[in-house]
Design a protein around this ligand. Structure first.
Ligand SMILES: N[C@@H](CCC(=O)N[C@@H](CS)C(=O)NCC(=O)O)C(=O)O
Length: 201
């Protein structure tokens, strides 16, 4: 299967990590961009990545759907099939993706020339980032040390925040969470998909 992706995208990176953890051999393909159409590789009408060619010529999106599909190929899926535990995992995954959304929106607002910044929206997204990190700090004792369906999204979101929203030192604001996150950085699936260090240096 082909995954149209970039490790810079926290959404794409979730699928890249999950494939590695699950021994699923994906062909990872970098997308081509075409102005207002966005990313044109991978048949997303929204012009976004990731997409997954799960059947010849048929592409799945978005990342939540892709991750659920990849997870379904595992002998023991990360996402519980039903019950309370399933919704806790989906909620944690949504909190991680929500942090990525806030960072993405913050970056889009601040990437343009300063005179075009919309301060109200910059403040709105900045506050979302801070509030999401604060919630994650509160729940960090219960997140556990394994790659769960929720932790996958949270780890990718925090790495992305460190790259695209580095005006805010989330490690300083959330020391328990920083310690928890550190446990994941030892995994091959984490560092083989971590692209930000090379870009920053
Ligand atoms: N909700 C989507 C978000 C995907 C998304 O926003 N991807 C960004 C990359 S981080 C993208 O493709 N942006 C290109 C664009 O919108 O032009 C998902 O979970 O897959």
């Amino acid at each position: 299967m082909k995954l149209i992706c970039s490790p810079i995208s926290p959404y794409a990176r979730k699928a890249m990590i999950l494939a590695r953890l699950s021994n699923i051999d994906l062909e990872e393909i970098a997308p081509t961009q075409d102005g207002a159409n966005g990313y044109i590789t991978g048949d997303s009408p929204l012009g976004k990545i990731p997409t997954l060619e799960w059947q010849p010529g048929q592409f799945l999106f978005d990342s939540v759907v892709i991750c659920e599909y990849l997870d379904s190929l595992r002998d023991v899926p990360l996402l519980p099939q039903s019950g309370h535990a399933r919704y806790i995992q989906l909620w944690q995954h949504a909190l991680g993706d929500g942090l990525s959304d806030a960072v993405y929106n913050y970056h889009c607002e601040t990437y343009r020339p300063v005179e075009l910044h919309w301060d109200q929206m910059v403040r709105r997204y900045d506050q979302s980032i801070r509030n999401a990190v604060s919630k994650l700090e509160d729940i960090s004792p219960w997140l556990g040390d394994d790659w769960t369906y929720g932790n996958l999204a949270i780890v990718c979101a925090l790495d992305y925040a460190g790259y695209r929203a580095n005006h805010f030192d989330w490690r300083d604001a959330a020391p328990q969470l920083a310690k928890w996150h550190g446990g994941f950085t030892r995994h091959t699936a984490w560092h083989s998909t971590y692209a930000y260090k090379t870009i920053e240096s």
